[in-house]
Design a protein around this ligand. Sequence first.
Ligand code: CMX
Length: 435
Amino acid sequence: MDYLKQKLIDVALPKAEIVRNLVKKNGDKVIQEITMSQVLTGMKGVVGLLTCTSKLDPEEGIRFRGYSIPELKEKLPCLHEGGEPLPEGVFYLMLTGELPNDEDVKYISNQWAQRAQGIPSHVYDVIEALPKDAHPMIQFNTAILAMSTESQFRKAYLVGMDKKDYWDPTYEGVMDLISRLPIIAAYIYRRVFHNGNHIAPDPSLDWAGNLAHMMGHNTEEVKRLMRLYMLIHSDHEGGNVSAHATHLVGSALSNPYYSFSAGMNGLAGPLHGMANQDVMHWLNKMKREIGSEDPTEEQIKAYAEETLKKGRVIPGYGHAVLRKTDPRFTVQLEFANKYIPDAPYIKLVNKIYNVVPNVLLATGKVKNPWPNVDAISGSLLTSYGITEFPIYTVLFGVSRALGVLTQLVWDRLYGLPIERPKSQNLQYFIDKASE
Ligand code: CMX
């Protein structure tokens, strides 16, 4: 067994035992009461999942295994002095619960570089069978499903496998899938936006650096941005749509490809990951309608109010859990202010930040008027030359694989059963209201 798997099993076995004992000895303990409104408005705040890779505090934002984003920037290995941490490091941290050293990160980088070579040719045939103008998320998801022919989990399951070993082929599939996603994403990007002029992977590069390279943005600046981007989008607890969908489908023992594909279908919704490109549509439309590349704050305010009046959302703002500015927004703004303070899109992001929270607050109903991760990510990518908005959600998805697939491995280490919440008809809730 390779050392990472051995480490994982050493860490996980005692924890799986704790989970089993909690169910056995404390199974009847009531841990929470839920309200009618929680059930009918998206189960916000209802504790219904066990997830240890990261935790989201409404005021503070995300912590990965206890570490905030600024702490990760200090503690995770970087390729260069003063650079951004390698996403390989946050994957190791989420998987094992421990901070990696340089060797650990190198091990994962090498593993992914080797495993990336195994994409079967039919995956490219399937992508090529789709129209070029099919949204990149359609192409991405189709490719993920097409790759599931490689799933070790299904093969091992058919041969006959002890339940306690489910995590092992799941881990193998997860490592393969993560290693291959940058190649698939870059392939789709070059197919759609660069005349199918593809660029071969460079196995000597790190995972995120290689993605920038294969996309044709082969500068140190873009690689640095890509490392940050891949780090901060990787996980956001277990209840967000992409994580929960991956977990839910995985709970039926669907293989990692099916499970991740479910998560990616959720990420493609405009209230989740697709918001990163909708932000760009929104602000470009605003510039066009105002007739200025540099609208004033008054003009932005009027445009935002108009958006609300038409019954639309302002993308990049608000959150189902957060009640403060998203630290993933803040870290990107700091990055932009450090490296490209004069970029027009970053100036616009700052102006919107000055105006939109008050516009949302004035509605009296928006629970969180502050920017989320998507309010700036597209403006950053655009400022660095990745101007093709439809690819943005795919990039989000490549990063999100790190978290949700680690969660899937842990689901199987914990031996979690199939998920099956109870649903009720409308009469049930009417009756409850009059009790
Ligand atoms: N613009 C306009 N209205 C908004 C809003 C926004 N940015 N954010 C919330 N609202 C509205 C809701 O639509 C809801 O309206 P109704 O009562 O008329 O249905 C009301 O305010 C209350 O909503 P909430 O409890 O504050 O927010 P939710 O938990 O229901 O929704 C979210 C959260 C993210 C879907 C919502 O804030 C939104 O639509 N934001 C814009 C889309 C976006 O940026 N999504 C990306 C989130 C991060 C990510 O997953 O990538």
